[in-house]
Design a binder for this molecule. Structure first.
Ligand code: FAD
Length: 469
């Protein structure tokens, strides 16, 4: 009997796990003669997804939720039978901290970009000059730029600098912990470019294409835009692991190098062994992939990519410790304000099941491209920075009951201008020089959890098509 074809998956984050799960589903359904092996360098699965439970609190050390409108994550959760665990965030006022003041996020905005001007005219977030500047957006000619451009360049041209720095930067580039003047518009939010080109104006384009918000009954809050799981996002990792065939996962085993042989590949493992694979999905970060395939010049392009480091700090308190509570779910910080935290979520309000009655959990972010050193400070120093910043707007009278600092070094891949072309070029070269080896995960096609799941699903299609050939 012919030996089963071996499919190797490198990396056990959400992208690698999704790939393994859907591959084995297809293998079972169509009785394919393939076997899947997933190699994970660390001692646990999940990659950036990590949930900690302590003293009745549930703390997400990395991501805390995913966007509900991107359907692949919910689809996967239904597929593994965990849909009953899905929870939606509580909605509430969100703010932008500019100077020493929390400003309500202007209504009728999409990621901070106006779809109507009136709420922005009413906000004190912008100067009179900036309000006049955004009002001309519908009249401006559309951009001639046919190639990629930075988000900063695009939005500064359409709306002026102040809207970009006070509102858009913390929202749009905050997701990537990146610099708005370097991040690629086409690799992050191409929709803005498309509506500008089609409607001649971003505001007009958003008005024409955004679904109208459903009519809200008085006193009823609109549904939240994010989903998570009642036992934390790590329960998705556990749920997926439980669905894999026994023996699929090999922990504490890095893939250090990959060599192409006549009709297969050799994966050189950190433990000195060699794994023979007929196809492979590389679902580890771009810099690990570049090292595995460093003999290929075209992989140098991945070396040019950058990743920023961030840390999250979750702090828990008795509710009585907060003397000046704020009605809302959190805030981001405008680029020109002198704070070192970049955002804060009132987790006990946004995700109330994470926090016991009578307690409060605040979760802040630190780490920006121009402040990456903050991540290397001690836990105590990071907590002090967060408390000092928070105390400028809230009166926190006691020390936290406990705090949890989570460092994520080189964790946020930067999709800088030219990203799509670079990735397409690497993939085109791989198709020629490394047939049957595919890329998946947050380094390439979107960093959100649903994007990583999409990339895993795509990798499954690619591997199956390749092995069928
Ligand atoms: P990873 O999770 O990085 O997994 C890659 C795995 O590969 C790791 O386990 C690593 O150990 C392993 N590996 C590396 N090298 C090797 C090797 N040589 N051999 C074998 N294994 C190797 N997204 C959202 O949608 N919502 C959020 O709220 C959100 N918040 C975030 C907050 C933080 C602090 C961070 C850091 C990210 C956040 N993201 C969020 C982004 C999202 O979490 C990530 O993009 C996503 O989890 C990445 O998944 P992945 O599988 O591509 O990679």
């Amino acid at each position: 009997m012919a030996e089963k074809k071996q499919i190797a998956i490198v990396g056990g984050g959400i992208a690698g796990l999704t790939t393994a799960y859907y591959l084995q589903k297809q293998i079972r359904a169509y009785r394919l003669d393939y076997e899947v092996k997933l190699f994970e360098a660390s001692s646990h699965l999940g990659g950036k997804i990590e949930t900690l439970k302590k003293d009745g609190f549930m703390i997400e050390r990395g991501p805390d939720s995913f966007l509900a409108r991107k359907e692949s994550a919910s689809r996967l959760i239904y597929d593994i039978g965990m849909e009953k665990d899905l929870v939606r965030n509580n909605t509430g006022q969100s703010y932008i901290l500019a100077g020493k003041k929390l400003h309500k996020m202007p209504k009728r905005a999409f990621m901070g970009v106006p779809t109507e001007l009136k709420p922005f005219y009413q906000s004190r977030l912008l100067s009179t000059k900036a309000k006049a500047r955004i009002s001309v957006e519908p009249m401006l000619p559309k951009g001639k730029e046919a190639q990629d451009q930075s988000m900063g360049l695009f939005f500064r041209r359409r709306f002026g600098d102040e809207l970009v720095e006070n509102v858009l930067e913390p929202l749009l580039s905050g997701v990537y912990a990146g610099d708005i003047d370097e991040l690629s518009l086409m690799a992050t939010y191409p929709k803005f470019y498309e509506v500008e080109q089609q409607y001649g104006s971003v505001i007009k384009g958003l008005q024409a294409t955004m679904p109208k918000p459903p009519k809200q009954k008085k006193g009823v809050k609109p549904p939240g835009a994010f989903l998570s799981l009642k036992n934390g996002l790590e329960s998705l990792v556990e749920g997926l692991e439980a669905k894999l065939d026994p023996g699929t996962v090999q922990l504490e085993t890095s893939v250090d190098h990959i060599e192409r042989k006549a009709d297969h590949y050799h994966l050189l493992l950190g433990n000195g062994e060699v794994f023979r694979a007929d196809a492979a999905v590389l679902a580890s970060p771009f810099f690990a992939v570049q090292r595995m395939l460093s003999q290929y010049d075209f992989m140098e392009q991945l070396k040019e990519m950058k990743a920023t480091s961030v840390a999250t700090v979750a702090m828990t308190f008795d509710a009585s410790a907060i003397k000046k509570d704020i009605d809302g779910t959190g805030f981001v910080i405008s680029r020109n304000s002198k704070y070192r935290i970049t955002a804060c979520t009132w987790t006990h309000k946004k995700w109330e099941d994470t926090t016991p009655e009578g307690k409060v959990m605040l979760r802040c972010y630190v780490g920006r491209p121009d402040d990456s050193g903050v991540v290397d400070l001690s836990d105590e120093e990071i907590v002090q920075i967060a408390l000092k910043d928070l105390n400028k707007i809230m009166k926190i009278k006691s020390k936290p009951l406990f705090s949890v600092v989570s460092r994520w070094k080189k964790a946020m891949p930067q999709y800088v201008v030219g990203h799509l072309k670079r990735v397409a070029d690497v993939r085109a070269n791989m198709a020629i020089h490394l047939p049957g080896v595919f890329l998946a995960g947050g380094s390439y096609d979107g960093i959100g959890i649903p994007d990583c799941i999409d990339s895993g699903e795509q990798a499954v299609q690619n591997v199956l098509a390749y092995l069928r050939e």
